[in-house]
Design a protein around this ligand. Sequence first.
Ligand code: HSE
Length: 429
Amino acid sequence: MREIKVGVLGLGVVGSGTLRILQENADDIAHRVGARLVVKKIAVQHLHKERAVMVDPALLTDNPQEVIDDPEIEILAELIGGVEPAHDYVLRAIERGKNIVTANKEMMAKAGHDLMEAAGDARRDFFFEGSVAGGIPIIGPLKESLAANKVREVMGIVNGTTNYILTKMSQEGAAFDDVLREAQAHGYAEADPSSDVDGWDAQYKIAILASIAFNSRVPVEEVSAQGIRAVTPRDIEVARELGYRIKLVAVAQQDPNGEAMQVRVHPAFLPVHHPLASVDGVFNAVLVRGDAVGDVMFYGRGAGSLPTGSAVVGDLIATARNILRGSTGRIGCTCFEKKRMQPIDSVETKFYARIHAADRPKVLASIAGVFGDFNVSIESVVQKAMNEDDAEIVWVTHRVREADLLGALDVISHLPAVRSVDNWMRVEE
Ligand code: HSE
């Protein structure tokens, strides 16, 4: 049987899972492809580190250039992460005629377009299923199985760490900091949790998905990202009382005439019957709304060694099949349109706002008056006494622009009877 040689950069969490799957399922994979996938070289940082997978030490090198320059290697799996030096290695590998498989969301979100163009010009494959939502197939389906559709919206829970934290906060009534500390102790959250809890990880992922769904480049720096640090147990409780769950959502929508896109990451109230509301723990899910297919939801493990390895090996298999047929480079970048990004402050949704105010005549009316001045129409308001003098007032608005909501809340926070504007959040329908 023919052998197709694979080079690997990086033998961390994803690299180990990839290697393990290639070893354990080698025979099935060979039959499915019609060739054996043989890992020829693996570049690592530390040659003598203990590994989560059995690897012949003779395959290891601490010089990535050896992998990139090896003429027998037809597919390079870049599993290092981060923009540089991964981006530079991948470009050099394309120049040397290699097909590329990567799980690198940051590199794809920031430089994917140019890399895909370079691969397309060289008639080489460039696959990156593992870069979004780990083991969940979403990029392949968007590019192939759902290619018949105009996609109106992609909405996902694409960060397992924050979904785990919000689920725990919701189940235990615990505060963000306490759950984060516990998640770090169990290894579910990184020692530096910023990329996850501040929404950047989800920002990269939704930028990638939006760009594929809407056929356009999506400048990642224009994707608004707000994390979950400000979500409190009280917000979660209030959401539940009103029939909602709080989730960190990544949303990409295009307007009906297809000229502008809004791409954003933020915590949001989701109605309990929303398909994403019951996605709990470390799980991810992505909901795609197409004009022909309607709603399709993808659910599964968005991170981890074997799930992400599954996506990487799936891409290696797809590439190997194309090599055998002489058809690499068939699916390049699909960014053939140029759509405008809508700034976040003009994006309209419903909103929730929680305000702490004196419990006196005319207070409710004075707050409602300010909302009215800013064109913010109220859908519902619930007031609860906090003690003899104070009340908590929870507002849910109709669809309004964020700029109007924030303008109103700023004025409201200065009203004499208002003690504090405790929080606000978007409400998705
Ligand atoms: N850190 C990510 C998460 C997984 O928590 O989902 C890798 O993208």
